[in-house]
Each structure stands twice: as C-alpha cells, then as structure tokens.
Design a protein around this ligand. Structure first.
Ligand SMILES: Nc1nc2c(ncn2[C@@H]2O[C@H](COP(=O)(O)OP(=O)(O)OP(=O)(O)O)[C@@H](O)[C@H]2O)c(=O)[nH]1
Ligand SMILES: [Mg+2]
Length: 456
C-alpha cells in the first residue's frame, strides 16, 4: 500500500479525448475540498456544447458532481452537488452542496444557507439553489438571480464577468485507496506501557505556579467539532470505562448551551486530577449566534461561573462586585484548545475563519497557550478508520494538519490529531495513547504560560 498513486489524470474511458483545463495544483485544491475524492471529466462545454440537453446527456445519473466554470477574466469557480442530475421534475435537497471560487492558494467555499432546496431538478441547465445558473439560456453565461440560497459576492466569486470561456463537469468519486508516507511523520509508541506512563505523568503533574492547583483548559470550536466528546473521552480513560457525562451528539446548533467546568477524577474513588476541562457552546459563523467573543474574553479572565447559560444575543454580564477585582490566576484559563473537525477544514467559511482569527488575537494578547485538537481523524481518512496506528503515515491526515495550521495561523507542531470515543463501548489502547498525548501536551503548554505570568 505504500506510495500508491491515488488518482489518474485522464478522464473516464468514454471521454478519453477530453482534457481538463485545470492545472495539477488547481485540481489538487479541488480534490482536497472533497476529502481527496477522485475527479473524472464527464462533460466539457467547448466540446459538447452549452445546451442543457448536452449537459444532461453526459451528466445525468452520475452521482456526485463538481461543476467548474472559467470566465474571460481568469476566474475559476463553480459548485458541488452530492445528488445526481436526473430531470426528475422534483426539488432536490442536498446538505453537502456548495459553491466555490479558486482564489490564490486557498479555495473559497460557500455553503448553502439553511432552509433552501439545492435546486429544482428539471431539463434546464445546472443551477445552485435556483440562484446561480450555469449555461444560462443555453449560452456560455453565468447568471445570479440574487435570491438568498447562497450568500455570495459575485465580484469576489467571478469578478462580475458573466461570460464563460469554458465549463466542465467532473464526476466525484471517493477514492478507496489512500496514499501513505514511507516513514511516519510523528513518532508514537502505541503500547500499554506508554499509556501507563502518560497517565502517570498527568496524575503527577504539578502546575509550575504553586498558587495554581489545577490547570484550566478551555475548549473552543465550531458546533459539533467534538469538544464535549473530548472531555468524555478523557474522563472515560481515567474512569476505566466509557462515560458520557457531557452531552454530545449532532444538531444544527450547539448541543452544549452552558459553560461547564469539568474536573476529572482518577478512577471512581480516586482523587481529582490536576486539570479542569472547560466546555463551551459551539461557534457559529453568523454574529449573534453561537458562542460570542465577549463571552470568551470573560471566560479567559475567569469571570464566568460553572453552568452559566450562554445567551448569544447578550454577552455575559459579570456582577459588579466581582468584576471590580480581577480573578486570581487559579480561576483564569491557562491553555486554549481549538477543537476542529478534520472532515470540515476545507469547508470552513471565511466568516468562521475570521471569527477564529479574532479569538486568536484576543488569546494572543493575553499570552495564553494555544493548541489545536484535530478531531474525527477516523472519519477523515479510511486508512485511519481501519487502523488508528496508520495516522502518522497517512499523507491525507498530514495535509489536513498542514491546512488547519495555515488556516488558523498556528505552527504544525501545535496541531494534535485525535479520535474521540463516539460509538465505542470499550476503551481502546490506540485511542487512549493519542488522547493522553494531546492532554499531556496541553499541560506542558499551560506550564509555559504559567512560567511566563507566574513571576510577574
Ligand atoms: N467518528 C468520530 N466522531 C466523533 C469524534 N468526536 C466527536 N464525534 C461525534 O461528533 C458529534 C459531535 O460531538 P460533540 O462532542 O457533541 O461536539 P461539540 O463540539 O461538543 O458540539 P456542540 O456542543 O454542539 O458545539 C457526536 O456525535 C460525536 O459522537 C471523533 O473523533 N470521531
Ligand atoms: Mg458540546
């Protein structure tokens, strides 16, 4: 399986003469958006014509497709749908659909706003959300009806140049093979001894400043990224069985609505461990929804009590007596963990990325240690799903770590991939080793921070 080449440049056999207009680099970027799926060219308007009938003849019933348009101003943009074109005369719902524009190094992705149909599946040319129409009126045109299925800016998406110079449709297939590295890019000892050693080090960890008895670790991240699950997983390891104290699961908006500070005990009757995991409501891209940056600021400074119920429309109001005196170092946050879902990194919207950047600026200004926890590595890569030990030979996971590092502006060494417990009924050694390694790293980072402020 080593060094397998995972995609072929040529298009599918019946279209052997078709050549793609994408450069290798552009193709790579688009494939990354789709979880490294394979792309094969089905249709090319300059060859087959811009008529809707030509499009349907080649693209109907082909499964998920990626549409790529090129205009005379040099813009490359388009959209993805996971649902077949079929001229069914019905509305199509598709939660995975998105529009994109390739700008510079990082493609910009725009997901569909909730409550919209992906399209009306008729005999006409392809459209997204009955808003953005490609090959409009059987002509080399893109047309934006201005409805609000997608919040797009046509100037950034295609420079307001509606004349297409080319239009291509690719079939999208998840690749069954995954490329691997010759040598692991990080070394991990996947042994029971290593796990015991890590548990021992965590148990005996003494924060560098004596006035601090427990390191406070704050988890921040988008809805459903796995914040609550990380606490549950760590708690499970020390309890010796799967636990689910924090509510986790999936919903459109954040399942966690309260600020929770979770101490962890060393076994059922054991004493409390030297750290507290603080769980927050998920971030959402819109302002006025999800966790608010002002709330984060209050949490960082130790003003927010356990079980405080977040109110997205009004930030936390500290009571006046308390606010007048600053919280002690013990009550403040010593390490911030950004919890990011590995399967969603490429789809992260500009707005969310900007929100994270402003949180980072705030945390930076306070000098607090920061780490990225990249969750769901099992879902992101089939190789890793089969065998967690292949994590650090998976080229795909490595590329995801690099991507999250560049999107959030943190060094690669601060990105820690993990698999949380989600459906398992029993603990699993490989999972534990990764989770404990991440926790140990958080404690070390917090120490660096305490070392810095403790002597002030
Ligand atoms: N396969 C897999 N599933 C995970 C992992 N981490 C979390 N999940 C699942 O993802 C879903 C969301 O996890 P949560 O822990 O509730 O996420 P959260 O960040 O607390 O979300 P909110 O509180 O809603 O903001 C749950 O169904 C988890 O079981 C992981 O590493 N692998
Ligand atoms: Mg949660």
């Amino acid at each position: 399986m080593r060094k397998t080449k995972i995609y072929s440049w040529s298009s599918s056999p019946q279209n052997a003469a078709l050549t793609s207009n994408l450069t290798e680099e552009q193709r790579k970027q688009l494939r990354a958006l789709l979880g490294n799926a394979e792309l094969s060219l089905l249709y090319k308007a300059s060859v087959h014509g811009y008529q809707a009938s030509a499009f349907h003849q080649r693209c109907d019933r082909q499964g998920p497709t990626l549409l790529v348009a090129y205009n005379h101003s040099g813009y490359i943009f388009g959209g993805y749908t996971s649902v077949d074109y079929a001229q069914s005369g019905q509305y199509v719902t598709d939660q995975d659909t998105f529009l994109f524009s390739l700008q510079g190094k990082i493609p910009v992705c725009i997901k569909m706003n909730t409550g919209h149909n992906a399209r009306y599946d008729d005999t006409g040319g392809p459209n997204f959300g009955q808003q953005v129409y490609f090959c409009y009126n059987n002509q080399p045109l893109v047309y934006n009806s201005g409805s609000n299925a997608f919040s797009i800016n046509t100037a950034t998406m295609y420079g307001n140049d509606t004349q297409l110079s080319e239009f291509e449709v690719y079939k999208v297939e998840q690749s069954s093979q995954v490329s691997t590295e010759e040598k692991p890019w990080r070394n991990v000892l996947w042994t029971a001894e290593r796990k015991d050693k890590l548990m021992e080090m965590i148990r005996n960890h003494k924060p560098l400043v004596t006035s601090v008895s427990r390191v406070r670790i704050l988890m921040i991240g988008p809805v459903g990224a796995g914040k609550s699950s990380f606490f549950n997983s760590i708690n499970s390891i020390f309890m010796g069985r799967i636990t689910s104290k924090a509510m986790s699961g999936s919903a459109g908006t954040s399942l966690t609505t309260q600020f929770r500070t979770y101490p962890v005990k060393d076994g059922r009757e054991g004493k409390q461990l030297p750290f507290v995991l603080c769980d927050t409501m998920g971030l959402e891209e819109q302002s006025g929804a999800g966790l608010d940056i002002e709330d984060i600021s209050s949490i960082l400074q130790g003003h927010v009590p356990d079980r405080y119920k977040f109110n997205p429309t009004a930030p936390f109001q500290p009571d006046e007596q308390k606010a007048s005196r600053p919280a002690s170092l013990q009550e403040k946050i010593h390490c911030v963990v950004y919890v990011i879902d590995a399967t969603k990194i490429s789809l992260m919207s500009d707005k969310l990325q900007e929100k994270l950047a402003s949180i980072r600026r705030k945390v930076n200004s306070l000098g607090i240690a920061q780490i990225v926890l990249m969750t769901k590595v099992d879902e992101a890569c089939p190789l890793v799903e089969k065998d967690l030990q292949s994590l650090y030979v998976s080229s795909y996971i490595k590329s995801k770590v690099q991507e999250v590092s560049s999107r959030l502006g943190v060094p690669v060494s601060c990105v820690l991939p993990v698999k949380n417990y989600s459906q398992e009924l029993e603990l699993e050694l490989n999972c534990d080793v990764l989770l404990l390694t991440a926790l140990q790293q958080m404690l070390n980072f917090a120490d660096d921070y305490l070392d810095d402020v403790g002597h002030e």
